[in-house]
Design a binder for this molecule. Sequence first.
Ligand SMILES: [Fe+2]
Length: 496
Amino acid sequence: MIMKKLLGKRMTLRVKFILLGGSILAAVMTVLFCWMLVQSEEAVMNQVDAQAQSLLNQIVITRQWIADQDGLYVRKSAARTTNPFLPNTDIVDRSGLHYVLRNPAMVTRQLSELSGNSKHYRFRITSRQLRNPANAPNAFEQDALVQFERRGFDKTRNGIARRDIEDGVPVYRRIIPLRVEEACLGCHRDQGYRVGDVRGGISVTIPLDSAVAAIARTRLRLISAGAAIILLIAGSLYFIVHRLVLRPVDHLHQVAEGINAGQFETLATIRSGDEFEDLAESVNRMTQRVRTGYEGAVKSLAAAIDARDPYTRGHIDRVARYTFAIARELGWSREERRKWKMGVVLHDVGKIGIRDAVLQKQKYLTDDERAEMQAHPRIGAEIAIASESDLLIRELPAILYHHEWFDGRGYPAGLKGEDIPPIARVLAVADVYDALITDRPYRKAMTDENALAVILDGSGTQFDPEVVKAFLAAWAKGFADDTLVEDDSDLVLERT
Ligand SMILES: [Fe+2]
């Protein structure tokens, strides 16, 4: 109802399932995969942050160790010059060798210069009160240092981190505060620091290009896996729903349409062991009831006609047996033969409109009487059409054409050859054969041999030669046939 309102038209169960199931599945999977994408990105960034924190920790330990040694002296050389911010600290040993002092700040700076060559990370020391202008803070560091000084070392010791862009490249920055230790005052006393003051920070920058690439790879894999999972789940769900619901519903629909068209031979064939099997059995029982009622009514009508002509009594039952035995020899399936059950029974229904004086006349008919008698297929057709019942109208080929001749000299339409419906061609042979071997008011019954000779003689003129051949085969077998045997074999059906 909702779907119909939304889309404004009627939809099959299959379309509804695909639209509704597909939408729900897509929504659930989209939320799930978005969450997984966020989680995976967070995991990568946590790893980057752990790397930044380890690096900062290592730098702090290194600085602490150098401070504990009151700085290091290294041999003076062209590359190892006097620290311009620590004048008057050079020394000369007894052998005349020159040494220059390296305090924690200078070691940190030189290490940071070396780290600048690494593509994996960079770090630097920075302060708002500069001795070395190269250590001037960037915007991120400036903001962080202001916070460190305002909130104090203890509340900001874990530092501040954020993602940033540097020269168009995504980077991850983390900065921690540096506290003034006793050892620092040796070099920085003149800047007014006291022990415990925040006097700057150590900042680390990690390029995120490889992390971003890793996140993109993960995203691609997740999307591919997600699409595959959605297809797999959707396919499985469709298969299950198709097997359990759509197929039985389609089948029951076809059966119902068959019943509507009067095809009572079509039975529901569901053996699923669930409610659909119960429904199929109910439909079959209903079909049987309708069929029995319909057939009972038709047989009563046929019996009433039969009863008017004592010489043809039993004719209908015999003609039915011959017809179906011949059809069987022609290779018609049992289902196909059973389709014409009522057509054969009703083939002479038009005789109801023939006067008793003609129908029951004990002598040869006059031309006028014969013409009246030959009107019975047309009268039968008119009765069927007037009923406006599909069930009767579908029997017209048997009712209207069973007196047509293969060479076109029959009545009422003068149809020829294969223009005559197959059931009428078969019925014609069976009808004539029964007439020949039964007593008639105007003649005695023929012997079987004579009757066979008459039928053979009519092959290709009155009768279809193929039908005559099948008739001979059926005759040789005593017209054995199971078409009209009522059983439940139709109900033994394949398991769905
Ligand atoms: Fe007839």
